[in-house]
Each structure stands twice: as C-alpha cells, then as structure tokens.
Design a protein around this ligand. Structure first.
Ligand code: NAD
Ligand code: TYD
Length: 349
C-alpha cells in the first residue's frame, strides 16, 4: 500500500493514529481528511504537519461528491475511518447530526472506495473504527465478545451500529475488503474536555464541580489511546478480511472510583492536601438511557495478533494528567474556542 487515507485525524484518537502511521511508515503517504468540527483540532498534529509523507485535506464526509473527488485524485489503497460525532450527550440533543456523519458519511466513504477500487480489491483495505457501545449494556457480569448481538441504546451507539452494519454489508454484497475494530472507552493526551476524564482534569484545575451522573456506579473499560492506535495499526495490516476485533483494556472502573483515583493523583501532582479535589465531586441528574456497564473481551486480538495494552490504568492516567499539566495552553485554547483559529492561521494564507 502506498497511500493511506485516515478520516477524523484531527480528533482525539485519529490524531494518535495519524502520528503513529506518519512516523512508522515514512515510505507511505498519509492523508488526513477532517471537517474540523468542534472536535477537530489541528494543533493535535502540529508536530507532524511538516512531515513529507503527511497531507491534510479539509473535507466533510457527508458531502459525497467532494469525497469521491478526493478518492479519485489520491487513489488511496487503504482507508482508516475514524471521523464521527462521538459524544453520547450531544447525540441525545441532536441525533440527526449523528445519522448524517456516522451513517451517511460512512456510506459515502464505502461508495467512494468501491468506485475507485472497481472490484479489484488486491492489496486494498477499508478499516472501520467503531465502539463497544454498539453491543448495548452488560449487567454486573459478563463481557462483550465479537459474537455478542448488537443492542445499541443511545442515538450515538445506534448510529455507530448502523455504520458497522453497512461496512459488513459492503463486504458481503460487493466483496469490499474490510475490517472493523470495536474499542472500549479511550483516555489520554488531546482528549476533548467534554468527556469524563479530561472534563474532570479541567475542572479540578479550575476548582469547579466534578459532575457525576446518577449514583456514579456506571462502569466503563478504559484503554490508553496510544494502545488503541497500535491495535488499529495491527488490525489494519494483519487482521483477517471481513473480521471484527474487540479492543479493550480488561480495565473496568466505576465512574466514582475512577474520579476518586483521578482526584488523588491530581492532589499529589498539584501539591494540594489530599481530599481537595474530591471535595469537588457533585452528583447530578442521570443521563437518559445510561448504559450500566461496558466490558470488552479482547481475547481474539490478543491471541491472533498478539496485542495487549502496554500500560496499567494508573500509569496511563498519570501520563495523561502530566500531559494536561504540561499543555495548559492546549486546554485553554480548546475551552476558549481559540483552537478553531489554528486552521485559519496555518492553512489559509
Ligand atoms: P472525536 O470527536 O475526538 O473526533 C472526531 C473527528 O472527526 C474530529 O476531528 C471531527 O472534526 C471529525 N469529523 C466529525 N464529523 C465529520 C465529518 N462530517 N466529516 C469529516 N470529519 C468529521 O472522536 P474520537 O473520540 O477521536 O473517536 C474517533 C472514532 O473512534 C469515532 O469513530 C468513535 O466512534 C470511535 N471510538 C471512540 C472511543 C472513545 O472512547 N473516544 C472509543 C471507541 C471508538
Ligand atoms: P463519557 O466520557 O461521555 O463516555 P461514554 O458515554 O462514551 O462512555 O462518559 C463516561 C462515563 O462517565 C459515562 O458513564 C457517563 C459518565 N459521565 C459523568 O458521570 N459525568 C460527566 O460529566 C460525563 C461527561 C460523563
């Protein structure tokens, strides 16, 4: 493969995937397509923007003709599709936006790939990056495997489930070479501060309340974002055509316990007396349709592709907090909205 096109590369996970590929595969051209919505931030990639094998193209995947034009022009051999609306709370307020990007946008990419590859699929691959949320909610025991039936509950997870079905349908109907990864909750550097961990880091720094939905006993399985990027690299290159792979950390935390661990580490790093941050914990009204528990069985990717997480949660969380403390400008730019001027400054001279 000579050209790999990554969608959503200016977002949280996408930026780590783009960086991984640009450095690891200097002989390949890496094209990042992103619409730069509120969640897209090119500052995430400022360290690689001048690399010879990297190119950014501002484009919206809901626009079929502009996507087709880009595919015709650059003829990518591989697609790694991360562009999405990704925040459950926003999907509750505005479901249609999630249908547009997550469903229609994905189908536009599938159509464009099918068209330029013209049924000659030798050496080609469409990797769809999805979530464990498509499987619905677990009770207090059990794990999601690749065989678990889909049972999405939020507009976000319903739109991602739909996109997964379309990707599989293009494989079954047209033979398109695809792989899908379904990953658990990510955390790490560049995480947008609307999600639980970066929101709490931001609020602790600013002495603001830490909002915990409901009783805080909801459970998520957390994975360090760079471990997810490495899993994507492995599945993209070595995964079995037509297969899906669950990716997760075997690392379950109830939200309240996670936030308490975060508070403890933040107090230590900020030299504040223990208990300062935890005093900010505030229980608030629950999220509607809140899924009780997610937990991934990652045996398949572990056994078949020899992937496992490289850091423990405590280490990953410590690295994440350190990154936010060392990059207060990034956090300030994101919360003030200034990051949206970056594209203007860098790319439209
Ligand atoms: P994010 O919200 O941080 O980034 C999404 C990116 O997509 C942004 O750069 C945004 O500008 C871009 N985008 C949105 N709409 C677009 C459109 N119409 N056209 C082109 N670009 C558009 O998301 P993330 O957390 O990095 O998630 C990336 C992918 O991974 C998503 O597909 C998500 O479903 C999946 N995923 C996320 C998690 C998680 O914990 N965050 C876990 C598993 C899977
Ligand atoms: P989030 O980071 O939004 O990811 P997801 O909904 O995709 O799992 O939320 C993680 C968990 O934290 C989820 O159970 C909802 C909860 N949560 C809060 O309790 N308070 C908050 O302010 C946020 C954003 C999330």
């Amino acid at each position: 493969m000579n050209t790999i096109l990554i969608t959503g590369g200016a977002g949280f996970i996408g930026s780590h995937v783009v960086r991984e590929f640009v450095y690891k595969y200097p002989e390949k051209k890496i094209i990042n397509i992103d619409a730069l919505t509120y969640a897209g931030n090119l500052e995430n990639l400022s360290d690689i923007e001048n690399c010879n094998n990297y190119q950014f193209i501002k484009a919206d995947i809901t626009n079929a003709s502009s996507i087709m034009e880009i595919f015709q022009k650059h003829k990518p051999d591989g697609i790694i599709h991360l562009a999405a609306e990704s925040h459950v709370d926003r999907s509750i307020t505005n479901p249609l936006e999630f249908v547009m990007t997550n469903v229609i946008g994905t189908v536009n990419l599938l159509n464009a790939a099918k068209e330029i590859w013209k049924d000659n699929y030798e050496g080609k691959r469409f990797h769809h990056v999805s979530t464990d949320e498509v499987y619905g909610a677990l009770g207090e025991t059990g794990f999601f495997t690749e065989e678990t039936s889909y049972d999405p509950h939020s507009p976000y997870s319903a739109s991602k489930a739909s996109s997964d079905h379309f990707v599989r349908a293009y494989h079954d109907t047209y033979g398109l070479p695809i792989v899908i990864t379904n990953c658990s909750n990510n955390y790490g550097p560049n995480h947008f501060p609307e999600k639980l961990i970066p929101l709490c880091i931001h609020n602790i720094l600013n002495n603001k309340p830490l909002p915990i939905y409901g009783n805080g006993k909801y459970t998520r399985d957390w994975l360090f974002v760079i471990d997810h990027a490495k899993a994507i690299d492995l599945v993209f290159h070595k995964g079995e055509n037509g297969n899906s792979y669950n990716v997760g950390g075997f690392n379950e935390w109830q939200n309240i316990d996670l936030v308490k661990e975060l508070c403890k580490q933040m107090d230590e790093k900020l030299n504040r007396s223990i208990g300062t941050a935890a005093n900010l914990i505030t229980f608030i009204k629950d999220r509607p349709g809140h899924d009780l528990r997610y937990a991934i069985d990652a045996t398949k990717i572990n056994k078949e592709l020899n992937w496992s997480p490289s850091v423990t949660f405590e280490e990953g969380l410590s690295k994440t907090i350190d990154w936010f403390l060392e990059n207060k400008d990034w956090l300030e730019n994101v919360t003030s909205g200034d990051y949206q001027k970056y594209y203007q400054k860098q790319y439209t001279k």
